[in-house]
Write a protein that binds this ligand. Structure first.
Ligand code: MN
Length: 745
C-alpha cells in the first residue's frame, strides 16, 4: 500500500516547490473521515484515495488535483460536506470534490451499450473541469485494479461500464496507456475464457522468443545512431491481450495468423527526425504495403500524433513501428494531462500543437491554445472548463435511460424525446421528485418523470415553449389530428342521423363509392368536411343514394324535453321523409315524430367543432345547431333572430339537445339587459343580487338612455335556465330596476 510520505515524495520529484502542507492536510482529513471504513479487499479505505492520487502523480498533476484525489470519496461516503471542504481547502477544491460526487451518482444508473456515447457526453458535461475527469479516470482505474474482491455481478457491471464508457473516454482524451489498462482489466472479467486463452498464448510466445524484443530494440537503436540520430531510443513491447483479441476479432484471424503481436516505438528529438528515421527504416527493411499512416501531418481527433509503419524487420520478424517525438509520446501516454508537462515551446517543436483542424474535440485544441497563451500550466488546468457539449443537457428517465436534449429544453421536449405518445399525453412533470411547471428549463443530470393523462391532446401553445424540432412537429401534428378528429366526430354523428331519417343505414363503407361524386379524397376527409360545415349531410345522402328525393314536410315540434326538434325560430319547419320505416320505428314514442335523437351537446370547453352564438345559450334553452362552413356548428337558442338568415338553407340546420355531464358541472353564458334607476347605489345593489345567486358577471356595459334610467347590458355565467330565470325574477323585484329581459342576439 502506498504511504503518505511516498506520495509527497512523488509529487516533489516533479514539482519541488509543491505545497506539502496541503497534501498532508488532505490526507489527514480523508483518513479521519473514512475512519474505520474498509474496502472489499479488507484494506483500510484510505488506501484507495492514496492509490488514486498516486496514479495521478504519474501524469505530473499539480498538488490541488492530488488533494482532490485524496478527498474524492469523502462527500459521498462520509460525514464530510461541501461547506466543510470549502472552509478547510478552499472553494476550488470543494467544487472539484463535489463534481466527483455528482459523477458517482452516475455509477448507479443502469447503462446500455447504445447509451454509452451519451453517458460519455454527460460525463463531460457534468465535469466542467478537466481535473474532475482525470481524477474520475484514475479512480476507475484503481477500482478496476482491485475488482477481484468484488461480487461477481458487480464485477460484470463495472467491467461493462468501464469497457463502454471509461476506456473510450480515456482514449478520446488521448490517454493510451490508461485506455489499454482499463480495456485489459475489463476484458479479463467480461470474457474470462478468451482472456485466458490469449494471455496463455502470449506467454508461450514470449517464452519462445526470449530476448527477441531486446535484440530488436538494440538493432533499431544502433541503426539510428549510425545514421546520426544520436538521441533516438527504441522500446518494444508485446501487445496487450485485449488489443490482440480485438484484432483477431475484427480481422477474423486466429492467433497463429496474427503476425504483429510486437510493437516498437522509436522516439526521436523532433519532427524532421521522425521523417528521417522513417526513411532509414524503410531503406533498411522491407515495408508491409498498406500499413503506413502519417498521424504527424494529420493528427487523430484526440491529438494523437505519430508515424505508423509495419516492416519485415530485424530477425525477419514482422513488427509494427511507431515513430514520434518525446512530446508526442507523452501526449499519447497521458493525453490531455500531458499538457500540464509542457509550457509553450518548451521541450517540443515550435508551433507543433497549434495548427489544428477543428474536430469533435475542439476543446482540446482550445485548451492547447490556452496553454500556448498562458505561461503557467497550473493556471491552465485551473481555468480549463470543458466547453464540449455546452449546448446540450443530459437527463434521465426514472428507469435510468439517458436522454440528450439541446440546452433550454423543457419537460415537454423530454417527453417527446422519449416517445411521441408520451409527449402527446403529458400533463405534468416531476423533476428530481418534485412537481415542476412544464416550462422549466432542464439541467444536466435531472431525473424527469412525466405525468400523463389518458386522452390529453397537446395544447397548441406548447409549440412556442418547446425547443426541439421533434416536439414541435409532433405537437403540430397532434393538434391538427385532434381538430380533424373532432370535426370528423361531429360529421359522423350528423351523417348517422341524416341517413337514419332517410331510413338508410350509414357506414364508412357506403360512403366509399360516392367519394368521387362528392369531390373528396377519402372517407375520413368527407366526414370531417360535414363536421366543418363544408359539405352538407344531405348532399352526402344524395351522393350515396342518387334516387333519393328530398321532400320537405312540416312536422310538429317535439314535446318540450328541453331540446328543439327541427323547428326554426322563424317557424319554418321541415323534415326529411322517413323512407322505409320499420314497424318498430313506427311504434316509438309519439313525441318522437322524426326518428333519431337530436345530437347531444355537452359543455364545449376544448372543442373546436361546436361553438355558441355570441348571445350564448344555457341548458334548458331550446337550441338548434347551424353548420358554418369551415367552422363546424354554432348553437343558437331558438329565439335568436339571427336564425332567420338560415331559413332558406335547411341543409345547415342540425337538430340538437342538451346532454349535461352531471359530474362536471359547467357554467354557460347568457346576455341580459336591465333598465335601472339612475341613482347612487343602483349598480351595487344589482351586483350584490347577482353575486348572491352565485352568478358570474363576464362583461358589463352601461349606456344612458334617459335622464332617470340607465340601460345595463350584462353577460352572465349561470348553471342553467332555471338559474337564469331566478336571476331575472329577483332583479325585477328590485326597487331600482324597472325592466329586465334576456337578450338572444
Ligand atoms: Mn473512489
Amino acid at each position: 500500500m502506498m504511504r503518505q510520505y511516498e506520495l509527497v515524495e512523488r509529487v516533489q520529484k516533479y514539482k519541488p516547490d509543491a505545497n506539502e502542507a496541503l497534501l498532508n492536510k488532505a490526507y489527514v482529513y480523508a483518513m479521519q473521515k473514512h475512519g474505520q471504513q474498509k474496502r472489499a479487499s479488507g484494506d483500510p479505505y484510505i488506501s484507495h484515495p492514496l492509490e488514486v492520487a498516486a496514479i495521478l502523480t504519474e501524469m505530473h498533476l499539480d498538488e490541488s488535483t492530488i488533494a482532490v484525489a485524496l478527498l474524492h470519496d469523502t462527500i459521498e461516503d462520509t460525514t464530510a460536506t461541501r461547506a466543510e471542504i470549502d472552509e478547510l481547502f478552499g472553494e476550488d477544491i470543494g467544487r472539484l470534490v463535489e463534481g466527483l460526487t455528482k459523477l458517482k451518482r452516475l455509477d448507479l444508473v443502469s447503462k446500455k451499450a447504445k447509451q454509452a456515447e451519451n453517458l460519455r457526453k454527460l460525463l463531460l458535461a457534468i465535469s466542467d473541469d478537466v481535473r474532475v475527469l482525470l481524477v474520475k479516470l484514475a479512480d476507475r482505474l484503481h477500482n478496476m485494479r482491485t475488482l477481484e474482491h468484488m461480487r461477481d455481478d458487480k464485477r460484470a457491471r463495472i467491467s461493462e461500464e468501464t469497457m463502454d464508457i471509461y476506456a473510450p473516454l480515456a482514449g478520446r482524451m488521448g490517454m493510451q496507456d490508461m485506455r489499454d489498462e482499463l480495456e485489459d482489466l475489463s476484458f479479463r472479467y467480461l470474457n474470462p475464457e478468451a482472456y485466458e486463452t490469449v494471455t496463455k498464448r502470449l506467454a508461450e510466445l514470449s517464452a519462445r522468443n526470449e530476448g527477441l524484443i531486446a535484440k530488436i530494440e538494440d538493432e533499431l537503436r544502433e541503426l539510428m545512431v549510425a545514421n546520426g540520430l544520436l538521441n533516438a531510443t527504441a522500446k518494444g513491447r508485446q501487445k496487450k491481450p485485449y488489443s490482440v483479441f480485438r484484432k483477431m476479432q475484427s480481422k477474423s484471424l486466429s492467433f497463429e495468423q496474427l503476425s504483429d503481436v510486437y510493437g516498437f516505438r522509436l522516439i526521436v528529438d523532433d519532427v524532421p527526425a521522425c521523417y528521417r528515421a522513417l526513411g532509414i527504416v524503410h531503406t533498411r527493411w522491407r515495408v508491409v504495403p498498406g500499413r503506413f499512416k502519417d498521424y504527424i501531418s494529420t493528427p487523430k481527433q484526440n491529438d494523437y500524433r505519430s508515424i505508423h509503419t509495419t516492416i519485415v524487420g530485424p530477425s525477419r520478424q514482422r513488427i509494427e513501428l511507431q515513430i514520434r517525438t518525446r512530446r508526442m509520446h507523452d501526449i499519447a501516454e497521458y493525453g490531455i494531462a500531458a499538457h500540464s508537462l509542457y509550457k509553450d515551446g518548451e521541450g517540443g517543436e515550435p508551433g507543433e500543437l497549434l495548427s489544428r483542424e477543428s474536430n469533435a474535440y475542439s476543446w482540446l485544441r482550445h485548451t492547447i491554445e490556452a496553454l500556448a497563451e498562458g505561461d503557467n500550466p497550473e493556471e491552465f488546468l485551473e481555468h480549463t472548463k470543458l466547453e464540449l457539449f455546452q449546448d446540450q443537457v443530459f437527463c434521465f428517465t426514472p428507469k435510468g435511460k439517458l436522454i440528450a436534449l439541446p440546452r433550454g429544453a423543457t419537460p415537454i421536449d423530454f417527453a417527446y424525446a422519449v416517445h411521441t405518445n408520451i409527449g402527446d399525453t403529458t400533463v405534468g412533470a416531476k423533476i428530481n421528485g418534485r412537481i415542476m411547471p412544464l416550462v422549466t428549463r432542464l439541467a444536466n443530470g435531472d431525473e424527469v418523470e412525466i405525468i400523463r393523462s389518458g386522452v390529453q391532446v397537446p395544447p397548441a401553445a406548447w409549440e412556442e415553449i418547446v425547443v426541439t424540432g421533434k416536439a414541435r412537429a409532433a405537437i403540430r401534428r397532434a393538434t391538427r389530428m385532434a381538430i380533424r378528429k373532432q370535426y370528423a366526430g361531429l360529421g359522423h354523428r350528423i351523417l348517422e342521423r341524416t341517413f337514419e331519417r332517410a331510413g338508410k343505414a350509414f357506414s364508412r363503407e357506403v360512403l366509399k363509392p360516392a367519394l368521387h361524386r362528392l369531390g373528396q379524397k377519402d372517407v375520413e376527409d368527407a366526414i370531417a368536411s360535414v363536421g366543418r360545415g363544408e359539405l352538407s349531410s344531405l348532399d352526402v345522402l344524395k351522393a350515396v343514394y342518387p334516387d333519393f328525393k328530398d321532400e320537405r314536410t312540416t312536422i310538429k315540434p317535439a314535446a318540450d324535453q328541453g331540446w328543439f326538434n327541427m323547428q326554426s325560430a322563424s317557424g319554418m319547419m321541415f323534415r326529411l321523409p322517413g323512407g322505409e320505416r320499420t314497424a318498430h320505428d313506427a311504434t316509438k314514442a309519439a313525441s318522437e315524430i322524426d326518428g333519431p335523437d337530436p345530437l347531444p351537446i355537452r359543455g364545449l370547453s376544448g372543442h373546436m367543432e361546436v361553438h355558441f352564438a355570441p348571445a350564448g345559450a344555457v341548458p334548458g334553452d331550446r337550441i338548434v345547431g347551424i353548420m358554418d362552413e369551415g367552422k363546424g356548428m354554432t348553437i343558437y337558442p331558438i329565439q335568436a333572430s339571427a336564425l332567420q338568415r338560415f331559413d332558406d338553407q335547411p341543409e345547415r340546420w342540425i337538430d340538437v339537445r342538451w346532454d349535461l355531464d352531471a359530474a362536471n358541472k359547467q357554467r354557460f353564458s347568457a346576455k341580459i339587459a336591465i333598465n335601472a334607476l339612475n341613482e347612487p347605489g343602483t349598480l351595487a345593489t344589482i351586483a350584490q343580487k347577482i353575486a348572491g345567486l352565485d352568478i358570474n358577471i363576464r362583461t358589463m356595459t352601461m349606456g344612458r338612455v334617459a335622464a332617470d334610467f340607465s340601460e345595463l347590458a350584462l353577460e352572465v355565467e349561470v348553471w342553467d335556465l332555471r338559474h337564469l330565470n331566478q336571476l331575472l325574477t329577483q332583479l325585477k323585484d328590485l326597487d331600482c330596476v324597472s325592466t329586465v329581459k334576456r337578450v338572444y342576439d
